[in-house]
Design a protein around this ligand. Structure first.
Ligand code: ATP
Ligand code: MG
Length: 430
């Protein structure tokens, strides 16, 4: 069991501990539960601490006071307690509960308050089903989570088919936990996903995207992809990757190799790699291909900014080709772009997967490391007012003139405002 060391994480730890103490002092059972127990045993800093108790939501609210609590899911027995300082984070206090019937493939219709032992049974995987008493510092394990953690296994609690049928999202969670922790899926758990994978489409696209993003924003993304593919989940969540709906139409080895070689930990470059070979009716038509990428991203309800990043990264790959012989007015804006580093990561990763040297990306890295940001994107020497001062009417002509002068500046043909104005005058008099 690892305790936190940094100031920031100690504050969250202490806060979560104080909540357990207060509940205990008031005569209730209270324990840390779920992911935070697992993370602590693994020696990772928990993202957040969850407390489980036999106090009802009303009793929790009464104990901590209405002003200090937020009843975020009181019907499910969850009350949130924000810290008084930001660094304390917030703690979710959940009443031990057992879930009623699942109707929509995602949420229980009702819940019933129960014992800790029963509460463990409703949790998804054994590694997520443990409790921890932070006062006596003991693990309370009703589901065999400790052993599975040691053996590095993601195993559904109870009958895997039944658990995945109740809540289909668990199938994606299983893959995410297995990939990010570098665990194996338990055989029966994996078999159940193989069988039920097509039901994942019953989960909202927002939740699917959320899981996909977490998998792709992790260095183990190539393993997540392999598991998504082998279980059949990939074809359900990203059917666009499968030409004619055929499971053999995707070059999974290529995508996996590219992802393994991807250095950026962001989600967008990983997604760009997945979509890099998206099938479009006319493969040579780059606009149509980019359109297909955009459509896929929209279907997954990505944020506009994410879509723009992914499209820019893919669209700009060809500008990187033979970068060394491209004019400076092409090279500089490309490398000054806010997604330039992600572009280079993707380019290197794709080159590695193709078995080619990443010459263009290497040149770009070198260029970036030897040129200051302000030399890549210098202040413009002139602006629209300078053009209008020459009596040129508003319109596209102004934009063209400005662009020509800007290119000359980036190409280092002109260095100062005087020469920019001179160039402008000679261009305008033509
Ligand atoms: P992380 O926060 O790192 O993704 P976590 O295990 O803390 O991992 P949360 O989504 O924060 O995951 O959920 C907290 C706990 O609630 C889990 O550890 C698990 O015990 C339970 N849980 C979460 N989602 C489900 C689910 N879909 N089905 C059953 N139990 C769940
Ligand atoms: Mg969590």
């Amino acid at each position: 069991m690892t305790k936190p060391h940094s100031q920031f994480t100690i504050a969250r730890y202490e806060f979560a501990l104080s909540i357990v103490r207060q509940l205990r002092d008031a005569g209730f059972q209270s324990l840390w539960a779920g992911g935070c127990v697992r993370d602590q045993i693994l020696g990772k800093e928990p993202k957040d601490y969850d407390v489980a108790t036999d106090a009802t939501p009303a009793q929790v609210i009464q104990l901590f006071g209405e002003r200090r609590t937020v009843a975020i899911g009181a019907s499910f027995g969850v009350v949130m307690i924000p810290g008084t300082h930001r660094r304390q984070g917030q703690v979710e206090v959940a009443t031990f509960r057992s879930d009623g019937e699942y109707l929509d493939g995602r949420h229980p219709q009702s819940v019933r308050f129960c014992s800790a032992r029963e509460d463990a049974q409703r949790r998804d995987f054994t590694i997520n089903g443990m409790f921890f008493d932070p006062i006596s510092e003991t693990v309370i394990d009703y589901v065999g989570g400790t052993e599975d953690l040691n053996r590095k296994i993601v195993r559904a609690i109870g009958d895997p088919s039944a658990r995945f049928s109740e809540d289909k999202l668990r199938m994606l969670r299983a893959v995410r936990f297995a990939a990010t922790f570098q665990f194996h899926l338990d055989e029966a758990t994996e078999l159940a996903i193989d069988t039920l994978h097509h039901q994942i489409t019953q989960v909202s696209v927002e939740r699917i995207l959320q899981e996909l993003k977490r998998m792709l924003a992790h260095p183990t993304r190539h393993d997540a992809l392999a598991m998504l593919h082998s279980t059949g989940l990939l074809q359900q969540i990203l059917p666009e990757l499968f030409h004619d709906n055929s499971p053999v139409s995707i070059d999974i080895h290529f995508l996996q190799t590219a992802l393994r070689n991807l250095e950026s930990v962001h989600f967008e470059p990983a997604m760009a790699i997945l979509l890099s070979n998206l099938h479009a009716p006319d493969k040579t038509d780059s606009t149509a291909r980019l359109g297909a990428v955009r459509e896929t991203c929209r279907r997954l309800k990505m944020a506009n900014e994410e879509i723009e990043a992914i499209c820019w990264i893919l669209e700009s790959q060809r500008l990187l080709d033979h970068l060394v012989s491209k004019p400076l007015h092409v090279r500089k804006p490309l490398l000054a772009h806010r997604y330039a580093l992600q572009l280079l990561s993707v380019s290197s990763a794709l080159a590695a997967a193709r078995g080619l040297p990443a010459d263009d990306a290497a040149f770009a890295w070198h260029y970036l490391s030897t040129h200051a940001p302000e030399s890549l994107a210098p202040e413009p020497l002139i602006n629209g007012c300078d053009v209008m001062a020459l009596g040129i009417p508003e319109g596209p002509a102004i934009r063209n003139l400005l662009a020509t002068v800007r290119n000359a500046q980036l190409d280092e043909q002109i260095q100062d405002r005087d020469s920019a104005i001179k160039l402008l005058q000679s261009l305008a008099s033509r």
